[in-house]
Design a protein. Sequence first.
Length: 146
Amino acid sequence: MKHKLLNDGAQRTFAVVLDGGDEAIESLTSFAAQQRISGAQVTGIGAFSQLVLKYFDWEKKSYLENRVDEQVEVASLVGDIAVSPSGEPSVHVHLVVGRRDGTALAGHLGSGRVRPTLEVILTENPTHLQKACDPVSGLALIKLER
């Protein structure tokens, strides 16, 4: 993984480029911790050789995992970084990937092995975002202070 600071103002902006073989969520979480990022928006493009897409089953209040063990192109990657209830960075990414035949798959990114690259633009928020456990869903969701 390589990164470059593109803007060093109240809202730092980084280009983060993951290399083939890097695990996406692990790499982005590590980067957020190293840079002390407590709130950000992320977008990206690239490709994966394998990944796990997750879908939240509302009735069961748990994630279903869908493994994708083939080369796919990232058609859309959007997400955020916030502070988890434990105080660590929490990377939350949704994505749409395209298969060779043009069909698409979508969901939460559980894990993903990059091949050949994943190019992410990360724009820091001027204030942090804090997550708290939502009693209805059981999920750690961003809570905005009033």
